[in-house]
Write a protein that binds this ligand. Structure first.
Ligand code: X2X
Length: 333
């Protein structure tokens, strides 16, 4: 497109977007997330924008930037940027925030949760609020919790049926705790941006990775570059929609209520489509030619035992008060 062919209106809109101004005096908020534009993270973020525009008569407009574009491709940096007001909004997963807030690792402790009821009892209950309070101290207001999901392992070398099968595999991981989990299993973990992972898998730089089926593996077509998947449910990863405290404080109570409700509704939608995609996911992946292994209860117990050292190490880092609150909510669910 040459400059001369851009209409005056389009140019004005483009300039307004760059300046953070939307149509006719609307305020444009920039939302960053670190997956592609086909994921349920992206759909949840877009839904938030739609609801917000509707409910504010267009006064607030959300622009969604996928693939961690606004943080130079660094998925871990987004939270810190929202915290100091360099980003307005973020959708990110718990594990990405652990460098800033190590307590966020609590959600993803290996084999903490056995099912979605237990998950919801924490993310939608008092334990989730405990973490939201800690994030608030870092300048991030959590508006709602959504879902990345139970993370499943894929690789191109062999089917994973036991902890022994993980030995020596070169595994891409997102964040710090997963390095310790992979080490406990005898794998060779390598921390890597999600944005670089598909090509690393394709080129054989790493053998495998782990991610949730409905939110990431299917929408990002990981099945195109990976042969084996084991549904070992070893770690749960929530996402959240957060806003910078500086931005939040610029609104009155009525606008804050609209923001929170739109976020709650958008993340409820996001959880729903993620769970639907996950429920149909294994059949779909088999159709695509993946070899999917579903471990028995005994086999799952073996993975749990093998990852226990990483659980213990990170439970200590998170602290007994928070871990205890999670475990109480889980046993009551
Ligand atoms: O990087 C990943 O694996 C992803 C997309 O799940 C997260 O952002 C943690």
């Amino acid at each position: 497109m040459t400059f001369a062919r851009v209409s005056g209106t389009a140019l004005a809109a483009a300039l307004a977007g760059m300046l953070g101004l939307g149509a006719a005096g609307a305020e444009t908020l920039r939302l960053s997330h670190n997956t592609g534009d086909t994921t349920t993270w992206h759909q949840g973020a877009e839904k938030f924008g739609e609801l917000l525009a509707e409910r504010t008569d267009g006064a607030l407009d959300v622009r969604v930037f996928p693939n961690a574009q606004l943080s130079g491709g660094d998925q871990m940096r987004q939270a810190e940027m929202v915290g100091r007001g360099a980003l307005d909004l973020v959708v990110t997963s718990a594990i990405n925030v652990t460098p800033l807030v190590p307590e966020m690792a609590v959600f993803s402790l290996p084999y903490l949760y056995a099912n979605y009821e237990q998950v919801d009892a924490t993310t939608q209950g008092a334990p989730g609020e405990m973490l939201a309070d800690i994030l608030l101290d870092k300048g991030i207001v959590v508006l709602a919790w959504g879902e990345n999901g139970f993370r499943e392992v894929t690789n191109n070398v062999r089917p994973i049926r036991s902890p022994e099968d993980m030995r020596g595999l070169n595994m891409r991981v997102a964040g710090p705790m997963y390095i310790d989990v992979m080490n406990a299993l005898g794998a060779n973990p390598q921390q890597m941006q999600w944005g670089e992972t598909m090509s690393a898998l394709q080129q054989g730089v790493v053998d495998g990775q782990e991610n949730p089926i409905g939110a990431v593996i299917i929408p990002q077509q990981v099945y195109e570059v990976q042969k084996h998947l084991t549904a070992w449910h070893y770690s749960y990863d929530p996402i959240f929609l957060g806003i910078s405290k500086a931005k939040w404080d610029s609104y009155d109570a009525d606008m804050q209520a609209i923001l929170r409700e739109a976020a709650q509704d958008a993340m409820a939608y996001q959880r729903e489509i993620t769970r639907e995609g996950t429920a149909q996911g294994i059949a779909f992946l088999r159709e695509q030619g993946m070899e999917v292994y579903e471990p028995s209860a005994d086999e799952l117990a073996a993975f749990r035992t093998a990852t226990q050292p990483a659980f213990d190490q990170w439970a200590e880092r998170v602290g007994p008060e928070i871990v205890g609150a999670f475990q109480d909510a889980i046993s009551a669910a």
